[in-house]
Structure formats: C-alpha cells, structure tokens
Design a protein around this ligand. Structure first.
Ligand SMILES: [Zn+2]
Length: 156
C-alpha cells in the first residue's frame, strides 16, 4: 500500500526558499536547452528529408506505444502550489507516493502559462481514487503492430 506524502500546505501562504529559486532556475535552463535542441533538429530535418521521415516514423511509433492511457481509477489527485504562487490540481498514478518523483518536479501553470514552473508544495486530495483494482494495461504485440501500421498510413 502506498503512503502518500505531503510537502507543505498548498492552500496556506508560502515563502519561496533559496532551494525553490535554484530549482526554478534549473528547470528553466533545461527548458531553454530543449528549445535549442528542437530548433537544431528542425534545421537538420529541413536539410535532410530522409532524416525528417525517419524521425516522423519514430515519433509516431512512440506515440502509439504511449497511447495507452492509465484509467482514472488508477490515479490520485494532488493539490500543487507552484513557484508562480498559483495552486493547481494534477493527477499521478496511484503507485507514486508524491507528485514530484520520477522527473515530475516541474509542470506548467494553467493560470499564468509559465512553463516550466516547479512544484513547491503538494498534498494528496483524493485518496479514495486508489481503492480500485489496477486495470490490465497490457497491449499485445499484434495490437501494437496494428496501431503502428495505422499510424504509418495516417497523414502527417
Ligand atoms: Zn502560475
């Protein structure tokens, strides 16, 4: 059984710490690096149509593989206070004990649009959602192959 963690109280006032500022700065640096890489990849693809097609196929394949959405009954709802001082709700799989693990330290703010913005406080708000049995999320090889073939015939 997962014990869900809390960090601060999102609905109460919060003073940003020096660690919060460092985390936000690091998150923004990563965002800038990703934007630079994306621009570089687009330039490479503009100069090399075969590379562009190979990447398109790879992205479609990964999209198909990731298309298996976790059912709502396997999700926990969290209240998050963000670096920008807005409070949002988000979901995570019920097996994760806090919303910032597994690379989820930053998100985007639905109120001000800041992206990325780090999570500075969090608490679980919907524990009953975990009571359901985990769904069977396995996908057979023939199903994946069919999805992949469908994605290949789809126009870009
Ligand atoms: Zn915000």
């Amino acid at each position: 059984m997962t014990v869900y963690l809390r960090h601060g109280v999102p609905l109460e006032g919060y003073l940003l710490t020096s660690q919060d500022h460092r985390n936000q700065e690091q998150s923004e640096q990563i965002g800038h690096w990703v934007a630079e890489q994306t621009a570089q990849w687009k330039a490479e693809e503009a100069a090399d149509p075969q590379l562009k097609e190979a990447r398109r196929i790879t992205v479609q394949t990964l999209t198909v593989m990731a298309s298996q959405k976790a059912p709502d009954r396997g999700l926990i709802r969290w209240r998050l206070r963000l670096y920008c001082d807005h409070i949002i709700e988000a979901t995570r799989h019920h097996t994760i004990d806090n919303p910032v693990s597994a690379g989820g330290t930053a998100t985007w703010c639905t109120y001000c649009g800041r992206d990325p913005v780090v999570i500075v406080a969090y608490e679980p708000i919907c524990l009953e959602a975990k009571a359901a049995e985990p769904a069977d999320t396995t996908v057979s090889t023939p199903q994946l192959r069919r999805r992949w073939l469908e994605a290949q015939t789809r126009p870009t």
